[in-house]
Design a protein around this ligand. Structure first.
Ligand code: NAD
Ligand code: TYD
Length: 363
């Protein structure tokens, strides 16, 4: 049997990280998970409601750029696996304020790599099969025309401050593999959707606005294409990569669900109409669609060729967009309190309530 994994999950209070911790907690009760999260605007402790602190789980509020704290955590917890989600993740924010993206996504990743390297050299990799799994995006490959798919060998061509910062972090991860032999893997996935996504991204934003009869902003001509991946499929893929991936490799993860933005918005409108009835004005929700100024440098199309992970690891997405979007809409309708807490900002009080009196462990 493989040694017990002691997993440092960074950014575990965000959308994908929280779904991933829920999967690990359920699937691998013998693993210990240390969730390190700064709790930026995107981090929400309520995303992990029901996951108890104890043998298998510990939450630490901290910054991936804080090298001293990271070093303490590696030593205290004997971390042998890193799954690195923490990032500034929203393209629009990277256009209006790129600085945090450079700091967290590049310097933060470097800080983690450097501490993993030092810790694993000092401990002679004695505590298991060390692994640094870096979670990245297909946006590093740039923008596709009408045909073609991103493969693992597509040249990097990032175009937004967000994708450039993620590309930079990917290069650092590869550099640590080639230079120091750090045991790394990288996954590059397409657009995720599903429970716990912050309502600034297209799908939860349209859902929330549609529910309240507000305008649904569609950038440009609405014909930009994304390849939608249900978040639980993505988390399954990461677990499969941890179990069966090859050190030094990268794996593209996609949903085989290419859709134009306008079609995504229309599907959400129609499903809300069907589930909730028309708006009080008797209009259908499609009437809320409002074309707005395009995003600067808006990438036209992303689409993933996920054959490598299918052939080498045996993972394939299971959830079609038609099924996943219904599951997502049902989840948001059933978790209105979660959504309202995010929208009115009260989710930020949870840290104080849950951890405000806790003593720091370590030096
Ligand atoms: P998110 O914005 O929902 O969550 C990010 C989390 O990281 C938050 O909990 C935040 O508090 C934490 N964080 C931010 N800066 C930090 C710092 N300096 N130190 C510690 N914690 C910090 O992001 P997400 O959508 O869950 O994305 C997770 C990862 O997946 C990111 O690396 C992102 O680039 C990548 N990714 C996301 C998508 C997507 O569709 N959401 C697609 C491809 C790749
Ligand atoms: P988003 O969810 O921000 O993800 P990403 O930019 O990482 O792909 O956006 C998905 C697509 O939807 C993208 O083409 C931009 C578009 N979009 C809108 O048309 N309106 C919106 O309000 C938002 C947030 C996004």
């Amino acid at each position: 049997m493989k040694n017990k994994r002691i997993v440092l999950v960074t950014g575990g209070c965000g959308f994908i990280g929280a779904n991933f911790i829920r999967l690990l907690n359920h699937r691998y009760p013998q693993w210990r998970i240390i969730n390190l999260d700064k709790l930026t605007y995107a981090g929400n402790l309520q995303n992990l409601a029901g996951i108890e602190e104890g043998e298998n789980y510990r939450f630490i509020r901290g910054d991936i750029c804080d090298s001293e704290r990271i070093a303490e955590i590696f030593t205290e917890e004997k971390i042998n696996t890193v799954v690195h989600f923490a990032a500034e993740s929203h393209v629009d924010r990277s256009i209006t304020g790129p600085a945090d993206f450079i700091t967290t996504n590049i310097i933060g990743t470097f800080t983690l790599l450097e501490n993993a390297r030092k810790s694993w050299v000092e401990r002679n990799s004695a505590d298991g099969n060390p692994l640094f799994l870096h979670v990245s995006t297909d946006e590093v490959y740039g923008s596709l025309g009408e045909t073609g798919l991103f493969t693992e060998t597509t040249a990097y061509d990032p175009r937004s401050p967000y994708s450039a910062s993620k590309a930079s972090s990917d290069h650092l991860v590869n550099a640590y593999y080639h230079t120091y032999g750090l045991p790394v893997m990288i996954t590059n996935c397409s657009n995720n959707y599903g429970p716990y996504q912050f309502p600034e991204k297209l799908i939860p934003l349209v859902l929330h606005n549609g529910l309240h009869g507000r305008e649904l902003p569609v950038y440009g001509d609405g014909k930009n294409i994304r390849d939608w991946l249900y978040v639980e499929d993505h988390c399954e893929a990461i677990a499969a990569v941890i179990e069966n991936g090859k050190i030094g490799n990268c794996y593209n993860i996609g949903g085989n669900n290419e859709k134009k933005n306008i079609n995504v918005v229309e599907i959400i409108c129609d499903t809300l109409d069907e589930k909730l009835g028309l708006l009080p004005s008797k209009a259908a929700r499609r009437s809320l669609i409002t074309y707005v100024t395009d995003r600067l440098g808006h990438d036209r199309r992303y689409a993933i060729d996920a054959r490598k992970i299918a052939e080498q690891i045996g993972w394939q997405p299971r959830i079609s967009f038609e099924k996943g979007i219904r599951m997502t809409i049902d989840w948001y309708l059933d978790h209105q309190q979660w959504v309202e807490g995010v929208v009115d900002g009260s989710y930020r009080e949870y840290y104080q309530e849950m951890y405000g009196n806790r003593q720091k462990i370590g030096k």
